[in-house]
Design a protein around this ligand. Structure first.
Ligand code: DP6
Length: 328
C-alpha cells in the first residue's frame, strides 16, 4: 500500500468550542466558527505496512511511546475499521508551528492525520467525512480541513457533527497577530479544562445559550467582511469562555497579568480609532484580530509595553492538501 502525506494548517476559533456533550465521540455543546491561518501547519505521512507489529509514531523525528499516542491510535483504528484493514501504520509527523509559538497544534495535527491515514488506507473521503474523522482526534481539528472561515456545526451524533466551509478564499484584509507571552506547556490542557467547566460551572448552560445566539451575527459579519463586528463578537465570546473557567470549581484561569496587559492595550488602541480585538485559547497568549495595514502600529505598541513578547502576523490559510508519497 502507498504512503500518503497531508498538510493541514492550524485554525483559531472566533467562536469557541468549550465543552463536550459526548466525550467519546467528541460532540460539542456549541457550534464554533474559526479562521484557518497561513503561518502554522503540520505535515504528516502515513503508510500501512505488512510487517509492523504495532503502530509506529514519530513526531519531529522523535519516536513516541504507545501511551503518549492513544488519540493517534484511536484515529488509526477508526480508519482501519472503515477500510477493513488490520495492518499497523507508520506515522511521521512534522509540526511547522514554531516551538515558541505557544499555539495548539492538535487542530492541524489531527486534520493532517485524518487526511493522510484515510488516503493511505485506500479511502476517498469527502471533506465532511474527513472533518468527522478529524473531530474524533481533537474537536478543533474538524475545522482545519478547510481554508479560510469554517463553522463546526454542533450536531447531535457522529453523523451530524462536522465542520463545513463558510468562505475558503478570503480575499479581503484580515489578520491575526499572535502575541506570545509564554511558550511553556499549559498546566491544564484544553480537554481537562473544558470538562471541569462542563461538570462544575453553575452558569455553564447560560454560556451554551449565549454562544448559540452569537453564531448568526458572526456568520452575517463574515458575509459582510465586517472586521469590527467579527472582532467584537469574537472578543466577547473569548472573554465569556475565560469567565466560565473562573466559575468552575476549583476556579482556574489561563490568563496571566501579561495577557491582561495586552487585552487592555488593545482596548486602548480601539479608543484611538483602530480596529483591533482580542481572542485567547487554553493558554496565556493573545491573538489580535486586525487589519494587515495596522501591523506596525500594533506591534510597536506591544513592544513598548511588553518587550519580551514575540509577535507573528498570520493571514487566512488554505485547507487540507493530500499528496501521494513521503513528502509534500
Ligand atoms: C480553546 O480541540 O484541543 O482552542 O477536542 O479535547 O482535543 P479536544 O479539545 P481541543 O480544544 C480547543 C479549545 C479551544 C477553542 C477552539 O479551538 O474552539
Amino acid at each position: 500500500m502507498s504512503a500518503y502525506t497531508a498538510r493541514a494548517h492550524t485554525n483559531i476559533a472566533l467562536l469557541k468550542y468549550w465543552g463536550k456533550a459526548d466525550q467519546n465521540l467528541i460532540i460539542p455543546t456549541t457550534s464554533s466558527v474559526s479562521l484557518t491561518l497561513n503561518e502554522f501547519y503540520t505535515d504528516t505521512t502515513v503508510e500501512f505496512l505488512d510487517n509492523l507489529a504495532a503502530d509506529e509514531i514519530y513526531l519531529d523525528g522523535a519516536f513516541l511511546t504507545q501511551t503518549s499516542t492513544k488519540k493517534v491510535q484511536h484515529l488509526l483504528d477508526l480508519v482501519r475499521q472503515m477500510a477493513g484493514l488490520t495492518n499497523s501504520a507508520r506515522v511521521t509527523s512534522y509540526n511547522h508551528v514554531p516551538t515558541s509559538a505557544g499555539l495548539a497544534s492538535s487542530a492541524s495535527a489531527f486534520a493532517a492525520l485524518a487526511g493522510a491515514a484515510s488516503k493511505a488506507a485506500g479511502l476517498s473521503l469527502s471533506p465532511i467525512e474527513l472533518s468527522r474523522l478529524a473531530r474524533q482526534g481533537s474537536g478543533s481539528a474538524s475545522r482545519s480541513i478547510y481554508g479560510g472561515f469554517a463553522i463546526w456545526e454542533r450536531g447531535y451524533d457522529d453523523l451530524s457533527s462536522y465542520a463545513r466551509s463558510i468562505n475558503e478564499e478570503v480575499s479581503w484584509p484580515i489578520q491575526l497577530l499572535t502575541v506570545i507571552i509564554n511558550d511553556q506547556p499549559k498546566k491544564i490542557n484544553s480537554s481537562n479544562g473544558m470538562q471541569n467547566v462542563v461538570a462544575t460551572d453553575p452558569f455553564y448552560q447560560s454560556w451554551v445559550a449565549h454562544a448559540n445566539i452569537q453564531v448568526n451575527p458572526m456568520l452575517e459579519a463574515i458575509e459582510r467582511h465586517d472586521l469590527a463586528a467579527i472582532g467584537a463578537i469574537a472578543e466577547a465570546n473569548a472573554l465569556q469562555m475565560h469567565a466560565q473557567n473562573m466559575m468552575a470549581s476549583p476556579a482556574f484561569t489561563y490568563l496571566t497579568d501579561e495577557s491582561w496587559q495586552i487585552i487592555s492595550l488593545v482596548q486602548n488602541l480601539r479608543k484611538e480609532g483602530l480596529i483591533a480585538y482580542v481572542t485567547m485559547d487554553a493558554g496565556p497568549n493573545v491573538k489580535i484580530i486586525s487589519k494587515p495595514s495596522d501591523t506596525t502600529i500594533i506591534t510597536e505598541a506591544i513592544q513598548a509595553s511588553l518587550p519580551t513578547a514575540t509577535i507573528t502576523a498570520a493571514t487566512p490559510g488554505p485547507g487540507l492538501y493530500i499528496t501521494k508519497g513521503l513528502k509534500i
